[in-house]
Write a protein that binds this ligand. Structure first.
Ligand code: ASP
Length: 607
């Protein structure tokens, strides 16, 4: 028997027991003729004491870090107890030991605070996984998936596996392609999600499906994306949006309860996409803090209470006069910002990722006076009017951005997050959930002058807008004025779940009628033949009694990282890829043998 107990098991009540332990040597400390060894396994660390009589043997068979050993011994109370260790009251006085395997000196220390950099740890991920912090992350992930499975099982969901080798379809991200040896010249694709399969399962009558499943997207990796990632993928029949929101609101609350012992009691707030964009400049707002945006241009134009319209119109500040929109953000208690700090913020908004021309600031001084970067154009009264309009108080700093509506809104949203970071509003241990609903069904793509599906092509429009979709020609005659097209107004029956400013889930009520699905493909610029060739299986299925259905998918990796309080999803994946999509441990992707290429009748053309 290799062990009677694990290294995390023994307590003061076990004193005098004879035990056998097996594990890895974490540290060796020699004091004269005796040595202390910390023995580690998945469950913890136990201190071993090698007495004088074992020294000759240890001299012949010295232990090293990460050696795998087995010891037999006697549990005794420790003289110097370690309150930080669960087993810290006892130690094992070793009578026999056996080296089960030796180990090379690990390239980094196997400790919470390791000296190993990212690349090194990824290359030796199996050693990194021995570290307590990484192990805790995988345990959290398991706790979350267990909670999900328990909850969905109780709700009569059935987990069904769907294939990984499927057909390449054009929508969304780029597919990973797998050549077929048996079908020369033909290729499979790896699924970007099991979307069409879960819909087919609804047609088959499995009215509550889920799957914790890998998805594959060959995208240029933005920070913290993985080419393969895991979704909690779900679908239900005979449901409306309300049913889905309720079912999965309870699921996420159950996760918090099971994993964090946290009672998330209040109902999850729901916000329309339109509201989110105007109030926060982003479709996944972090609502743990306020700092809402104010569109002062329209406010000024609409305000009846004061003669605000003249305030902006009456100044000669061309930047505001000519801008489609002017958005204000109030940074609380930042009125003390120095010139250097405001200059730095100006540079920040001018970065290419943000792309604004500049930034106007108004400092609301403690004495009620104002100081701004546009004092030349705005007198005290006007500055005060702006401050009142956006709810700024003495001591606050108002930041103003002006320009095209969409771009300015987005930039203001980014600036809001940046200020929140600087003000430490985002580093809290709190969790804030939010549903975003009423997304536009279509988005305009100016590179191809056509509509693209904002969510995916299977998402249904709001019931009352189905006619708008069926009865209008999707083509866009006037690209400049695409917002005037009836399609721009159509709202989707889609929803996202946002946690602390991150999209953790998204889904929709689906189209389940063949004619509407056909119209959708046409609207997205697909010919009838093309649509049939790519999605014929789904449209045919819709002719054999498809029930109304809808679903949602959650990004498991991201959910774990937020609940685990980390920025990086990689910390929660056992064997992740790096930012270039490489597995540095396997050294993949890699070239393949000529023989393999020949079998597939493929040839690498070189660059
Ligand atoms: N399949 C969708 C996605 O991966 C989620 C859904 O609509 O259920 O984004």
């Amino acid at each position: 028997m290799y062990r009677t107990h694990t290294c995390g098991h023994l307590r003061i009540t076990d004193v005098n027991r004879i035990v056998t332990l097996s594990g890895w040597v974490q540290t060796i400390r020699k004091f004269g003729a005796i040595s202390f060894v910390d023995l580690r396994d998945r469950y913890g660390i136990t201190q071993l004491l090698f007495g004088e009589e074992l020294q000759p043997l240890l001299d012949v068979h010295p232990l090293g870090r990460e050696f795998v050993i087995q010891v037999k011994g006697f549990v005794q109370e420790r003289e110097n107890k370690n309150a930080h260790l669960a087993t810290g009251d006892i130690e094992v006085l070793v009578s026999e030991f056996d080296i089960l395997n030796t180990a090379l000196v690990p390239p980094f220390t196997i400790q919470d605070d390791t000296d190993g950099g990212d690349d090194l740890r990824m290359k030796y991920r199996y050693l990194d996984l021995r570290r307590n912090v990484v192990k805790k992350n995988l345990e959290l992930r398991y706790a979350i998936t267990r909670s999900v499975r328990n909850y969905l099982h109780e709700q009569s969901f059935i987990e069904v596996e769907t294939p990984f080798l499927i057909k390449s379809t054009p929508e969304g991200a780029r597919d990973f392609i797998v050549p077929s040896r048996m079908n020369e010249g033909q290729f499979y694709a790896l699924p970007q999600s099991p979307q069409t399969f879960k819909q087919l399962l609804m047609v088959s009558g499995y009215d509550r499906y889920f799957q914790i499943v890998k998805c594959f997207r060959d995208e240029d990796l933005r920070a913290d994306r993985q080419p393969e990632f895991t979704q909690i993928d779900c679908e239900m029949s005979f449901v409306e949006q309300e049913d889905i929101l309720n079912t999965f609101e309870n699921m996420i609350k159950r996760i918090f309860k099971d994993v964090k012992n946290l009672d998330y009691e209040e109902p999850i707030e729901r916000m329309s996409w339109e509201d989110a964009m105007w109030r926060f400049g982003i479709d996944k707002p972090d609502t743990r803090f306020d700092m809402e945006l104010t569109n002062i241009k329209t406010l000024f134009q609409n305000s009846k209470s004061k003669s605000y319209p003249e305030l902006i119109a009456g100044t000669d500040f061309p930047v505001f006069n000519q801008a489609e929109t002017v958005i204000a953000l109030v940074a609380p208690e930042c009125g003390f910002y120095t010139r250097k700090q405001t200059d730095e913020l100006t540079e920040w908004v001018k970065r290419p990722q943000i792309g604004m021309q500049g930034l106007v600031y108004i400092k609301c001084n403690a004495d009620g006076s104002y100081k701004s970067s546009v004092d030349k154009y705005f007198d005290e009264e006007k500055l005060q009017a702006i401050a009142e309009t956006c709810g700024a108080r003495a001591g606050d700093l108002i930041l103003l951005l002006a320009g095209k509506e969409e771009k300015t809104r987005k930039a203001a949203g980014e600036l809001r997050l940046e200020m929140a970071r600087r003000l430490n509003f985002r580093n809290t241990e709190t969790f804030k959930l939010l549903w975003i609903i009423d997304f536009p069904l279509f988005e305009y793509d100016d590179s191809s002058n056509r509509w693209v599906a904002r969510h995916h092509p299977f998402t249904a429009p709001k019931k009352e807008q189905i006619a708008v979709m069926l009865n209008n020609d999707p083509s866009i005659k006037n690209a400049e004025n695409y917002l005037a097209h009836p399609f721009a107004e159509i709202k989707a029956n889609a929803y996202d779940l946002v946690l602390n400013g991150n999209e953790v889930g998204g889904g929709s009520i689906r189209i389940f009628q063949k004619d509407l699905q056909e119209k959708m493909f046409t609207a997205l610029g697909m010919s009838k033949e093309d649509a049939m060739q790519k999605f014929g299986f789904l449209m045919n299925a819709f002719e054999y009694g498809a029930p109304p259905h809808g679903g949602i998918a959650f990004g498991l990796d991201r959910l774990c990282s937020i609940i685990g309080g980390s920025e990086s999803i990689r910390d929660f994946i056992a064997f992740p890829k790096n930012n270039s999509g490489r597995d540095v441990m396997l050294d993949a992707p890699s070239t393949i043998e000529d023989e393999q290429l020949k079998e597939l009748n493929l040839q690498w053309r070189g660059k």
